[in-house]
Design a protein around this ligand. Structure first.
Ligand code: ATP
Ligand code: MG
Length: 592
């Protein structure tokens, strides 16, 4: 299978929809929705749900709504609503004029509740939250009926109206559905429909002091919007009987709830609650920290929306949970970036090289290929001169076996330039550190080939010192060292799995001069090193201590982001493809 495969394979949800269409259900309509609660930023798991819901609508010629499930005023904020809209749009999906809020339906939901009270299917209960929990029963034993279960319709109607009127304290009363305290499904044991919460809502202000629970709001919102297939994650499977019960009792349009397994990624936290903690505790630099699995973090890191969509398509839709290797996400990203990224030369940890026999003051413009994958991207000129930088890693004074790069007396190729031979190593007398190399070049190898057929085993990237742009480059690694961030020793918590080396900041990197003036968000490949992008200007405060806490080594001070002419690059992903290795190993295993 290739990334650009145009025909998406089928899955059990598509099969259900196809069967429904065949049976003439919903007058042939397909209408889905993506219903986030605006209590944080969206992450890669949500991307899966977004691609699924919008993707199904597109594939079946239907519609998909964006609906904010904003029924808990305490945790929700306008900032999150705006962030989520931006993220869904950036992923490439369009909700048209179908942006909705559960809070738009508060009046209608109230009417639905009154309707259930009138039918004798709901009652006001004065038990405290603790008492309700205690009388709920267990997985094996039934619950106990509330003493308020027998209240008359009139009393319930009056109490519910007074709840709405603000007469009662938070937590003093709730509205419950009257179903079955002995049900084998705990969700059916007189679940709470409304609670009193004297909190200001980000959209309805102080108009309401009672708020519907998720279970009561969700299905009815689906129904109001004419949703046909309400797709959610597996943890709602046990809620489906309740979803169905409300709609049946109300006798309204009844969407079909379908559950799929949520996406879990290795080395990645996808709990919104814990992501919020990481932001609040300064473990990361905000929701869009490039190490975060949030869509805004991935965007800032340099991910393309295409790569995320392809990833979501490739992992498919499952009925049972599993963990997807984060290497697959990175693989999809590399495949996309490989096609579209211009190649440039950049040196992350510079080592000065003087070409002794190259004329002082001379500069040559050498021709370099912008993208070997795409000839239409053309070529560019890079300046070559007497003093250059190469990567510290590319030189060893005592080269071990199989180290083919530069070493004393050895000849290598400088990409697009010349063969050079190391003739002298200059060291710091005190520390013994290599400060500078002296080389000679062979003028007959211009462009990187020799006329006498002499071979070299390595090609190094380089930058002309006099022309180089200084930049800061931030290298990222997984935020968690364990494949499952929640796998912990007794007494420890998930924080103990944080990777202390998830961020490394290099402040004296050298780039070829053609990169001057590139804009935030610009993506390219630094040859031999990986894919990088210019950190976008961002409103997030980067003055917090988190970067420093995670930075490694002497270059740990973090400057400002790309602004005032200073470029900051984020490493999006290295060139090393661990997924390709995993796949190969899997194929070998199968072949045996
Ligand atoms: P919480 O409800 O605890 O705040 P959540 O991650 O479930 O967190 P929602 O805003 O309720 O957040 O999620 C919106 C939609 O995204 C839901 O339909 C949910 O099922 C889906 N979703 C959330 N996490 C994942 C995931 N890891 N994989 C696939 N879908 C997900
Ligand atoms: Mg949820």
């Amino acid at each position: 299978m290739t990334v650009s495969e145009p025909f998406a394979p089928s899955n059990f949800i598509k099969d259900i929809i196809t069967a429904d269409l065949k049976a003439g259900k919903n007058q042939g309509r397909v209408h889905t929705r993506f219903p986030p609660e605006p209590n944080g930023y969206l992450h890669i798991g949500h991307a899966k749900s977004i691609c699924l819901n919008f993707g199904l609508a597109a594939e079946f010629g239907g519609l998909c709504n964006l609906r904010f499930d904003d029924t808990n005023p305490i945790k929700e904020e306008v900032e999150y609503v705006e962030g989520m809209k931006e993220d869904v749009g950036w992923l490439g999906f369009d909700w048209g004029d179908r942006l909705f809020y559960a809070s738009d339906y508060f009046e209608k939901l109230y009417e639905f509740a009154v309707q259930l009270i009138k039918k004798g299917e709901a009652y006001v209960c004065d038990l405290s939250a603790d008492q309700i929990r205690e009388t709920r029963g267990t997985l094996t034993g039934p619950g106990k009926n509330s003493p308020y279960r027998g209240r008359s319709v009139e009393e319930n109607l009056s109490l519910f109206e007074r709840m709405r009127g603000g007469e009662f304290e938070d937590g003093s009363r709730v509205l419950r559905a009257k179903i079955d305290m002995a049900s084998g499904n705990l969700n059916m044991r007189d679940p709470i429909m409304y609670r009193i919460l004297k909190a200001t809502h980000h959209r309805t202000g102080d108009k309401w002091c009672i708020y519907p629970t998720y279970d009561f709001a969700h299905g009815q919102s689906d129904s109001i919007e004419g949703i046909t297939h309400s797709i959610c994650t597996l943890e709602f499977e046990d809620h489906r009987p309740l979803y169905d019960w409300y709609l049946d009792q109300l006798g309204v349009h009844h969407p079909q709830q379908i559950e799929f397994a949520r996406l879990n990624l290795s080395h990645t936290m996808t709990s919104k609650r814990k992501l919020l903690q990481m932001v609040e505790e300064g473990i990361v630099n905000g929701w869009d920290d490039p190490r975060m699995p949030t869509i805004s973090g991935l965007r800032r890191r340099g991910y393309t929306p295409e790569s995320i969509r392809v990833f979501c398509e490739r992992i498919g839709v499952a009925k049972r949970g599993s963990v997807v290797d984060v290497a697959l996400l990175e693989h999809c990203l590399r495949e996309d970036l490989n096609k579209r990224s211009p190649r440039v030369m950049g040196v992350l940890r510079p080592l000065r090289v003087v070409i002794d026999n190259y004329p002082e003051g001379q500069v040559e413009e050498l021709e370099a290929i912008n993208n070997p994958e795409d000839p239409t991207m053309g070529t560019r000129k890079v300046p070559f001169s007497r003093v250059l930088y190469i990567e510290q890693d590319d030189f060893r004074e005592d080269p071990p076996p199989k180290f083919y790069r530069l070493a004393p007396g050895r000849e290598v190729r400088l990409r697009y330039a010349y063969y050079v031979t190391c003739v002298k190593v200059v060291k710091d007398e005190r520390t013994g550190e290599v400060n500078e190399l002296h080389c000679t070049y062979d003028p007959a190898t211009r462009g990187g080939g020799s006329s006498d057929g002499r071979m070299v085993k390595a090609t190094l990237h380089w930058v002309s010192a006099a022309h180089a742009i200084n930049t800061e480059v931030r290298l990222y690694d997984h935020l968690f060292t364990k494949e499952d961030p929640d796998e912990i020793e007794e007494g420890a918590d998930w924080r103990s799995n944080l990777n202390p080396k998830s961020l490394e900041v290099l402040t004296s990197c050298k780039l070829e001069p053609g990169l001057a003036g590139v804009k935030p968000g610009y993506r390219c490949q630094f040859e031999r090193l990986g894919y990088f992008c210019v950190d976008p200007d961002s409103s997030v405060d980067h003055g917090s201590s988190a970067n420093r806490a995670f930075a490694v080594g002497p270059n740990s001070a973090v400057g400002s982001d790309s602004s005032e002419g200073k470029l900051v690059f984020n490493r999006t992903v290295t060139l090393r493809d661990t997924w390709a290795k995993i796949e190969k190993a899997q194929a070998q295993k199968k072949g045996r």
